[in-house]
Design a protein around this ligand. Sequence first.
Ligand code: MN
Length: 263
Amino acid sequence: MIDMHCHLDLYAEPQNVVNNCKEKEIYVLSVTTTPKAWSGTRMIVEGIDKIWTSLGLHPQLAHERYNELEIFDDILPDTTFIGEVGLDGGKNYRSHYKRQKEVFRHILMNVQRAGGRIMTIHSQHAASDVLDELADYPDAGIPILHWFTGNKYELKEAILQECWFSVGPAMLATQRGRELFINIPRDKIISETDGPFAMVNKKPLMPWDVDLVISAISKLWDESDKSVKEKISNNFSNLIKYSKKVMGAGVIFPRFEGGTRLK
Ligand code: MN
């Protein structure tokens, strides 16, 4: 099981969730929303080789936290994954859009300079702009558009730009989400929950609820759960392989590889 986008630090009892993930041997990308949160969030998964902590500055917080970009830059050499970052053009955040763009550009520029990373990206009400920014930094690594809600033209463009997509139960619960989903190349799909933000039946999703995505996908692809799981773990290992190539020398790699620096 793979949960490629989950906010472990935002659950009511993070340590319980972490212990459960460890027991169930789930691969989790634990995403953060501010650079200051990175080290503490990383601490709660210390020693667990299937959970990684990504370095983020959420677009909904960009206007309050842009002064943490310096911390972002300091941590960047030590992290393989970036996120949650991106843009949010929703009505509550539109007034800070200029600041969001500054922050996102700063991040993409420095990530590109650092050799590229795997990035989990928020693009609500901003898919075209996110794609435009990504096009300006073609060597920033692998963008994974998480919970994509753009239109079909934006989806087409994202596919042309070789984006990946992480897909959760909440996305596949809507007709619109399902219609987008069936047009995504099957080798660019990764499972996620976006817990505890994303909910199903008014309950926050837990990382092991990625099971729900697997069964939803198996219906949409008309394949068995087993074959969907195989495809997604295959995609996951391609992503990891690809990232090695992208990141090159000197970057600390996921701990399932022993935590060694790549030569
Ligand atoms: Mn999120």
